[in-house]
Design a protein around this ligand. Structure first.
Ligand code: C5P
Length: 413
């Protein structure tokens, strides 16, 4: 069955982009029903939105005809996902406080469906402590918050606060709609079964490392590995969807920051260790990064040159700090510490040995002799003190969602 979005358009200059958003969603076969706030109608007309959705555009809670035909509760019940785009600072504040003073805010308070907010506002409004406080509250409540773009704003200022381009919003919507039922803690559940719909990691701080590291040899060369960062980013995204406060320390990869994740970019293993230590304490740490085991003993200040006689480069390697092992032995060790193990042979025996050696609670082990590094799928073994669970091959997003479920189970035990 095709998916259905309830799109709430609130009143900002970016409201005009909602028209393009509806057009793109419909092209993807996603049905859209729109609700506009009173101020949104100052920026785009209900008629334009209605033509594109091919549906009535809702706006007035006290419009008896609308209430008789379709009550405000029913509006959200029929949707797979509620999207607030653009989401003004005002509607975010109302959502965070639970204020219901118009149709849009009332149905946001009355819904148990997953909600994605796509903020757009002036840069100073975005950085204002009140807005950031409201966003933190919304994330803790399990609301998905998309990061605004940076750039020139309608008010001629520069900074973060621009509505992301509609294709990026569509991608985010499709990712949320695609999470398999039962894997996403926010996934569609029977209406109003509130106990079942709590965000399972709400109030928890989850720390994730992701991607490779770059270890400089000289100003133009470095040592690295084939890690794409996809699995670590997927885990950070899944933890954020489950309501956790997520800090992700990422090596150099070009992937977009998942919604609701605080990202700290680093280059080397030593920078990663320092960022991880700064981010602690955490309830859970998941060390997915493929940290380079070695670095050059002596980083050359200038580009190394061939000596002309064919002599080998003067490259001496020394070991990098083992971040997982250091955190495993630290007084700030998170209650649940999870490592990854990429192996090309004897995957499970190596993972079992690593559990003890690194002081981790779980090791997620995978065979990287194929194209796992950089690929979209992964087949992993979850190695714990209790035994080994082998999961069949699945998309990295699904591995992430399943791992997050396991983490939530472990924390609730
Ligand atoms: O020893 P190995 O590199 O196979 O261990 C992999 C696990 O240890 C991963 O969780 C990885 O993130 C972590 N690790 C680390 N620091 C290193 C090497 C590995 O945190 N220097």
């Amino acid at each position: 069955m095709s998916k259905r979005i309830l799109l709430i358009v609130s009143g900002g200059i970016a409201a005009y982009k909602s028209l393009e958003l509806v057009r793109l969603l419909r092209r993807e076969g996603i049905a859209v029903r729109a609700v506009m706030t009173q101020s949104a109608k100052q920026f785009v007309t209900p008629l334009s939105l209605g033509v594109l959705t091919e549906d009535h555009v809702y706006g007035d809670m006290f419009d008896l005809k609308e209430e008789r035909e379709i009550g405000h509760i029913e509006l959200s019940r029929q949707a797979d996902l509620i999207v607030v785009a653009p989401a003004t600072a005002n509607i975010l504040a109302k959502m965070a406080a639970g204020i219901a003073d118009d149709l849009a805010s009332t149905l946001l308070l009355a819904t148990d469906k997953p909600v994605l907010t796509v903020p757009a506002m002036n840069v100073r409004m975005w950085h204002h402590k009140a807005t950031q406080r409201n966003l933190a509250q919304l994330r803790a409540d399990g609301i998905h918050v998309m990061e605004p773009d940076e750039g020139v704003m309608a008010c001629n200022e520069w900074g973060r606060g621009r509505l992301p381009e509609p294709p990026a919003i569509v991608a985010e919507i499709k990712a949320l709609l695609a999470v398999p039922r039962g894997l996403d803690p926010l996934a569609d559940q029977p209406d109003f079964a509130d106990e079942e719909r709590v965000s399972r990691l709400a109030g928890k701080h989850v720390l994730v490392t992701a991607g490779p590291t770059h270890e400089p040899i000289d100003p133009v060369r470095y040592i690295t590995n084939r890690s794409s960062g996809k699995q670590g980013f997927a885990i950070a995204a899944a933890a954020a969807r489950a309501g956790a406060r997520v800090t992700m320390v990422a090596g150099p990869v070009g992937l977009p920051t998942p919604t609701g994740v605080t990202r700290v970019d680093v280059e080397t293993a030593r920078e990663m260790l320092s960022a991880v230590e700064t981010a602690l304490p955490a309830d859970v740490a998941i060390m997915v990064a493929a940290v380079a085991d070695w670095r050059s003993a002596d980083e050359a200040p200038r580009k190394l040159k061939k000596d002309g006689a064919g002599a080998p480069a003067p490259l001496e390697l020394i070991e990098n700090p083992d971040i997982l092992a250091i955190i495993g032995a630290s007084p700030h060790r998170p209650g649940l510490l999870i490592g990854f193990a990429a192996e090309t042979n004897d995957v499970v025996p190596h993972a079992k040995a690593k559990l003890a050696k690194k002081g981790a609670d779980w090791i997620v082990a995978n065979d990287v002799s194929g194209d796992v590094m950089g690929g979209t799928h992964n087949a992993v073994h979850l190695v714990t003190a209790a035994g080994v669970e082998s999961w069949s091959e699945m998309p990295k997003d699904a591995v992430a969602a399943r791992l997050v479920e396991k983490i939530a189970d472990a924390l609730s035990e």
